[in-house]
Design a protein. Sequence first.
Length: 227
Amino acid sequence: MLGARWRPEEARESGVGFREKLRMTRRERIGAPAEIEFWFDFASPYAYMAATRIELLAAARGLQIVWRPFLLGAVFKRRSANASAFQEASPAEARYRRRDVERTCEHAGIALRWPSTYPRGSLLAARIALVGASKGWCGPFARAIYHASFVDDRDIAAEPVVADILGTLGHEPAPIIAAAISAPGKAALAAQVERALAKGIFGAPTFVIGEELFWGNDRLEQALDWA
């Protein structure tokens, strides 16, 4: 038995809307997680767009975001037929992707200035984001890194740039950077890539809810609704 029958008058008395009541009872019945894993790579413009949008959309649905930084290049290197760290799109596809990003950002009202070097190196930023994920400040850091790269055209691969961003967010940069580039810090990011591969992740952004994967910025709303 799934539970006692719900009557509309109960919602009127409690002030709970019909759809919200259904959401609540569905979670109670099947134990659906109240969180969404957000797997992202700092080199991806589509992940940048998703990072800009996800927090307000998740908050509106009462969902928690679990920030999962990883390196997409390391995933690409594991492709059996093409062990390259790059997508290696054809010229026509590369032109389309660039224009698609520009159109999508314009449509969503998201600021965009293409990095003078693309794709950006993001190894250091990813390692630091993983430190932030363990301490609860990954979200603000990730947004700041994305803004620096895709709006301000700053070199997020440069340690002084990342240190300045950390300082702006109120963190002492030196110990964080030291932890990120230490042997355990490097091992942590390598392990994160293995976790991504184990989940079947092949691109960024990817959203994971339980065993369900949703790939791409254009699947963000569907993933949130599923959660």
